[in-house]
Design a binder for this molecule. Structure first.
Ligand SMILES: [Zn+2]
Length: 299
């Protein structure tokens, strides 16, 4: 496993950053979801962004979900990450094909069109925190930048990239998020803006052999930078037959009774990781009993 995320501070704590290399997990997502190149790029960018946002959580038990609903041919995407950068996700229409953009690149913005980005943070409180913004370009990095500015009021520079091989497997994937603290000086801000303006692309840097550490060292050269943590990141789904059976039970007694009557085993797929779970008629009958059981009386 060569994917990881670094988290750190720079310029006397005026700036915090995360930077990631995520080729393996994006390639894994491509394989399980059989995504087209433009869908691989869209999902890979959001998985990378989600994994980094997971790492920025305050508590180990925090969960972050980023949902995009859009009117473009991809339909939408969902990514969920925990604080340890275990990330999973899927796109609604993985087979979407589009001609390249004017710049000759995979046209992620065209695949998404216009829509809404929602960030749901489950911080273990009664109600999750939810922030919602409109898509700006549909290219995802810009959309997350806008989300941070308008919903969290944190000036953030977001870069995300997925580079494909000729055979449509993933060659490089990665990204970074750089956030200005409220007390950041004008000098620090303008220095960084100037350097970010010159920065080509994450995948170009990764493809030239640079690590996320080296990328950040280049951006923060002379400003002082400390890496606080290096976190392995991976595509991970926590589904299991038990969880899926609970989901099936939750559709209700009537529906379950119908399935038992039909007398056919059923197959249920996990959207996130595309695992298949089979339930025999006997198992469905067991589940029907559970669905019919009266909930325990709470004292
Ligand atoms: Zn799953």
């Amino acid at each position: 496993m060569s994917d990881y995320i670094i988290r750190g501070m720079a310029a006397d704590q005026q700036v915090r950053f995360v930077a990631a290399t995520t080729r393996d997990l994006v390639e894994h997502a491509r394989q399980i979801h059989q995504t087209s190149p433009v869908a691989t790029a869209a999902l890979g960018r959001l998985l990378t962004g989600g994994a980094m946002m997971g790492c920025m959580s305050k508590n180990d038990s925090d969960l972050i979900t980023i949902q995009i609903r859009c009117n473009g041919p991809i339909g939408g995407l969902i990514v969920t990450s925990d604080a340890r950068a275990n990330v999973k996700g899927y796109v609604y229409h993985p087979g979407v094909m589009l001609p390249p953009s004017k710049a000759g690149k995979l046209y992620v913005g065209g695949a998404l069109g216009s829509g809404v980005l929602t960030v749901i943070k489950d911080l273990g409180l009664k109600e999750p925190y939810t922030g919602q913004t409109n898509l700006v370009t549909g290219e995802i990095a810009e959309d997350l930048t806008y989300y941070f500015a308008s919903s969290e009021q944190i000036p953030t520079s977001v870069a995300l990239g997925v580079l494909m091989n000729k055979n449509n497997t993933v060659r490089q994937a990665g990204g970074f998020m750089i956030q200005m603290m409220p007390f950041a000086s004008e000098e620090t801000i303008s220095t960084l803006e100037e350097r970010l303006g010159r920065f080509t692309s994450v995948t170009k840097h990764l493809d030239s052999g640079q690590s996320p550490e080296e990328m950040m060292e280049e951006l923060f050269e002379g400003l002082g930078m400390t890496i606080e943590e290096k976190i392995p990141t991976k595509f991970y789904c926590n589904c299991s037959k038990e969880r899926v059976s609970r989901a099936v039970i939750s559709i209700g007694k009537k529906e379950l009774a119908k399935m038992v009557e039909e007398g056919e085993p059923i197959e249920v797929n996990c959207h996130f990781c595309n695992s298949h779970y089979n339930f025999t008629v006997d198992e469905l009958e067991e589940m029907l009993k559970k669905a019919g059981a009266k909930p325990a009386v709470r004292l």
